[in-house]
Design a protein around this ligand. Structure first.
Ligand code: PGA
Length: 304
């Protein structure tokens, strides 16, 4: 199969943006040039990688499979690029991190301090996603580092704990349970809960708590972001279970309250994670050290 690196880059861009026009803009090429390269790539592979339905394009099964391999190759080549730069003594570096949605409430602050210290020598790419996607990104070696809750035991990973992640039950200030002391889990039985999507670490911790306390999640309302949950709870749709990291503003403004439920907070932890055997770039290595040594002092959680 004769494929060029340039074709892989073009494929990657079209597959990510699902648009020949946007890919050509991103790559500073003309659209016919992009279409031509994809056509040649499809000829080399011997199968269509994209299909057009109406005005939209989609990846075919072969396209998706091709994408898995091409992102692994691209990641390896980028790593090689960085290794060569480092061998040449270049100080500039790129840091690619993927973090759990909830970590988005503090990682930008860590990045700000880290980047200030390094002037403009570091460029950063931050991917915010849920646990399931983070695991995928580790398998595909897509990022330098991942920040997530409890890492899986069945993958060969280096996972270092650096911060606590307390999960709490939130309610609007006028809720009947607000202000009550030591609420028993049983009192939650009648409540409607707004829950995070499947694949979220917060969601699995919540399910474990409900199971351990013999509670059923009654007709839960599923929402795919912490923001939606907080807005929903504020609007009176039900109770929510979120990380204390997400609540600084709402607690300070009195828009939400944390309920004093027995066995809460559920204590999870944050880990900085990469694949065993991965060669961390100089920038990634120094970000990892910075997080392990300083994150806990730099980040203040709201008081309970
Ligand atoms: P989440 O991750 O944002 O996907 O819920 C947080 C966690 O794993 O604790």
């Amino acid at each position: 199969m004769h494929i060029t690196f340039r074709q892989l880059k073009i494929f990657e861009s079209v597959a990510r943006l699902l648009s020949f026009t946007r890919a050509s803009e991103e790559l500073h090429l003309t659209q016919p040039a992009v279409s031509m390269q994809i056509k040649q790539l499809e000829q080399a592979v011997g199968l269509p990688l994209f299909e057009q339905l109406g005005k939209k394009i989609f990846l075919t099964d072969a396209g998706r499979e091709f994408g898995r391999y091409s992102s692994a190759i691209t990641a390896q080549l980028e790593e090689l690029d960085q290794v060569v730069d480092e061998m040449k003594g270049l100080k500039r570096g790129r840091l690619t991190i993927a973090v759990a949605s909830t970590a988005n409430y503090f990682v930008p602050r860590l990045l700000a301090t880290f980047c200030q210290r390094h002037g403009d020598a570091v460029s950063v790419s931050l991917d915010v996603t849920n646990r399931e996607q983070l695991l995928k990104s580790l398998v595909e070696n897509r990022n330098d580092l991942v920040i997530m809750g409890q890492p899986p035991k069945d993958m060969a990973l280096v996972a270092e704990r650096f911060l606590e992640n307390p999960l709490v039950v939130i309610a609007p200030p006028g809720h009947p349970l607000a202000g009550e002391k030591r609420i028993l889990p049983d009192r939650l039985r009648e409540e409607t809960f707004l829950v995070r999507e499947q694949g979220s670490g917060t969601r699995s911790a919540m399910e474990r708590y409900f199971f351990a306390n013999d509670l059923r999640l009654e007709t839960p309302m599923e929402m795919s972001s912490n923001e939606a949950i907080k807005q929903g709870v504020e609007a009176g749709l039900g109770l929510g279970l979120v990380s204390l990291h997400t609540l600084a503003m709402e607690l300070a403004l009195g828009r939400l309250v944390v309920l004093d439920v027995v066995k809460f907070p559920i204590m999870r932890n944050w880990y900085i994670v990469y694949r065993e055997g991965k060669r961390l770039s100089i920038v990634a290595q120094s970000f990892r050290e910075f997080v392990l040594q300083e994150a806990a002092q730099l980040l203040q959680l709201p008081a309970l």
